[in-house]
Design a protein around this ligand. Structure first.
Ligand code: NAD
Ligand code: UFG
Length: 344
């Protein structure tokens, strides 16, 4: 029996595939390469010694997706595929609603037809919106998501709860990620943002390598210990391992389970800059600029539920995250476009 990974060549998906393959689990990946590259598959093979089964399929294409379910005995699905740029979603809401929501409906319909009713879904801390106070708990209301991207997650979560309510055979786990950063310790897979990075850590590493002149720190007048925004940064490998635990739990227990995946610790923008400088013995050029519209002061998780029910705890420190992000960037200055990429 195999686990189907949608979006498995993406940032979080590829790290999860590596952890699954290392455990000897059979994996089938589908991705349309909208935001990833075929080279990822070579890198996964390099790390694990296993060539993952891959289909270039858009999840909106039900026929192609159904064929994958026909070819393989799929036990459960981890559903990463989706668009994720908050700012872009404000300008292109229909594109986001179509890909994320219609894509998930297509996947769920194909799963239902194939009799596979076991799914782990990538949600986001963004569903907690602007008003819930940190530490954020799974039972807090999730209405005001603040962007079309965020609303796709709110809607999909509701759709999954309704589905489980309508048919008790479904096993569904919703994972709300906080801020994933870092890369595999081999430095062979990592985050490969296209164009100017939206997120803090890839921006820092691009300043460090000289691709960008300086980091803009978006506001220093927030209600936090140093005035800059506080987030819950989690190492992508810890996050990937969270999915393994979720898959195990999902097969044990039907219905919907929802878990925060974070460390439970909040660090500010300047804390992260300082940690990066210290971990890598490098100076990051930065300036304080205006706030970025839509940003909140503080966002970090209460991780009690995941600790207790999934028996999962993060192991990597902020130093590990900073070191692994920098190793990845240094070894792959142009991401997966590297000319020195290893292809066997
Ligand atoms: P990513 O863009 O690196 O990976 C997503 C993958 O899905 C890409 O490889 C892309 O090509 C693929 N994809 C997109 N639409 C598709 C479609 N219609 N059919 C097939 N493949 C498709 O993103 P990521 O950071 O790995 O995020 C994975 C999931 O986690 C996403 O759903 C994202 O919204 C969610 N998430 C990410 C973060 C984060 O900060 N990275 C935070 C919270 C939640
Ligand atoms: N920041 C800067 N400069 C930058 C980029 C970011 O100062 O160039 C600051 C932001 O203002 C914020 C912090 O760094 O205070 C983190 O910003 P990110 O863009 O890295 O992350 P966000 O918390 O804004 O968003 C992330 C994901 C979203 C997800 C959200 C959930 O990108 O997909 O976490 O909380 F919805």
């Amino acid at each position: 029996m195999a686990i189907l990974i949608t979006g498995g060549t993406g940032y979080i998906g590829s790290h999860t595939v590596v952890e699954l393959l290392n455990l000897g689990t059979e994996v089938v990946i589908v991705d349309n390469y909208y935001n990833s590259k075929p080279e990822v598959l070579n890198r996964i093979k390099e790390i694990t010694g296993i060539e993952p089964t891959f289909y270039e399929v858009d999840i909106l294409d039900k026929e192609a997706l159904a064929e994958v379910f026909n070819k393989h005995r799929i036990q459960s699905v981890i559903h990463f595929a989706g668009y994720k740029a908050v700012g872009e979603s404000v300008g292109k809401p229909l594109m986001y609603y179509k890909n994320n929501i219609a894509g998930t409906i297509a996947l769920l319909e194909v799963m239902e037809e194939a009799g596979v009713k076991d799914i782990v879904f990538s949600s986001s801390a963004t569903v907690y919106g602007l008003d819930n106070p940190s530490p954020l708990k799974e039972n807090m209301p999730t209405m005001d998501a603040n962007s079309p991207y965020g609303y796709t997650k709110v809607v999909i979560e509701q759709m999954l709860r309704d589905l489980a309510h309508s048919d008790e055979e479904w096993s569904i786990t919703i994972l709300r990620y906080f801020n994933p950063i870092g890369a595999h310790q081999s430095a062979r897979i990592g985050e490969d943002p296209q164009g100017i990075p939206n997120n803090l850590m890839p921006y820092i590493t691009q300043v460090a390598i000289g691709k960008r002149e300086k980091l803009s720190v978006f506001g220093n007048d927030y209600d936090t210990h140093d005035g800059t925004g506080v987030r819950d940064y989690i190492h992508v490998v810890d996050l990937a391992i969270g999915h393994i635990r979720a898959i195990e739990k999902n097969t044990e227990k039907r219905g919907v389970k929802t878990y925060n995946l974070g460390t439970g610790i909040g660090y500010s923008v300047l804390d992260l800059v300082k940690a990066f400088e210290e971990a890598n013995d490098i100076t990051i050029n930065y300036e304080i600029t205006d706030r970025r519209p839509g940003d909140i002061d503080t966002c970090y998780a209460d991780v009690t539920l995941a600790n207790e029910e999934l028996n999962w705890r993060t192991e990597k420190t902020l130093m590990d995250m900073c070191r692994d992000s920098w190793n990845w960037q240094q070894n792959n200055p142009s991401g997966y476009d590297n000319l020195d990429a290893v292809t066997e």
